[in-house]
Design a protein around this ligand. Structure first.
Ligand code: MN
Length: 241
């Protein structure tokens, strides 16, 4: 199984989840929410198989922590995976949109210049702003839109821009989510959980959760194992670029 956007460091007992991740051979992209958290999380998971740690700066924190912006831009040079990064236009983060746009623009510009980066991007309530910036810089980086909540039209625009999508279980339960999933080519998607912020009943989702893979297996009339295989091929094609 694969979880391409998981806050592994934010579970109540990350090492316990990690042990299970290894036992089940789950491939996890452990996104972080600040450059400081990245430093700590990479120490934990340094040299471990199964877990790739991404350098992140959650858009909601960008205005509160201006001193970490420079740190992010410096660390960025040395890492392959970035996330989470992006823009958040939801009511509680809206007032910092100008700062978020400015910083995201700077990060994408740098990613395009360096090349080879793989990005897990947050776009809640700000899909148009995110796509506008992605459209500005052509470069050899791979943008993966995490838990996409835009319209079908937005999704089509993103596909044209070369975006990938990590599909959250919650997208399989909403009408818009289902419509968006329908229009994404099967070779541009990966599963994610965004856990522990997302819950299945009373418990957080786990990185080895089967919801997304089961849903897409059914949608594409293939078996569960075959769908899982397709996702692993997709992951391989992203990381071997
Ligand atoms: Mn997240």
């Amino acid at each position: 199984m694969i979880d391409f956007h998981c806050h592994l460091d934010l579970y109540a007992d990350p090492m316990k989840v990690y042990d299970e991740v290894r036992r089940r051979r789950t491939e996890v992209l452990a996104v972080t929410t600040s450059p400081r958290a990245f430093a700590k999380t990479s120490q934990y998971f340094q040299g471990t198989d199964c877990v790739r740690v991404a350098l992140g700066f959650h858009p909601e924190l960008v205005k509160q922590r201006p001193s970490e912006k420079q740190l992010f831009l410096e660390q960025m040079r040395y890492v392959r995976f970035l996330g989470e990064i992006g823009i958040d236009g939801s009511p509680r983060a809206k007032q910092s949109i100008p700062e978020q746009i400015e910083f995201f623009d700077e990060v994408i510009h740098a990613a395009a210049v360096y090349g080879g980066k793989i990005l897990s991007i947050h776009s809640r309530g700000a899909v148009k702003e995110v796509l506008q910036i992605l459209g500005k810089y052509e470069g050899k980086y791979v943008p993966v839109l995490h838990w996409f909540t835009g319209s079908v039209k937005d999704a089509e625009k993103a596909i044209e821009l070369g975006c990938w999508f990590s599909i959250n279980p919650n997208m399989c339960f909403t009408a818009t989510g289902k419509r968006v999933i329908c229009c994404i080519p099967i070779n541009r998607m990966l599963p994610e959980t965004d856990a522990p912020f997302t819950q299945k009943g009373m418990e957080p989702y786990m990185p080895w959760d089967k919801t997304v893979t089961s849903y897409l297996a059914k949608e594409n009339s293939v078996g569960f194992q075959e769908m899982n295989e397709i996702f692993h091929q997709n992951l391989l094609s992203i990381v071997s670029r």
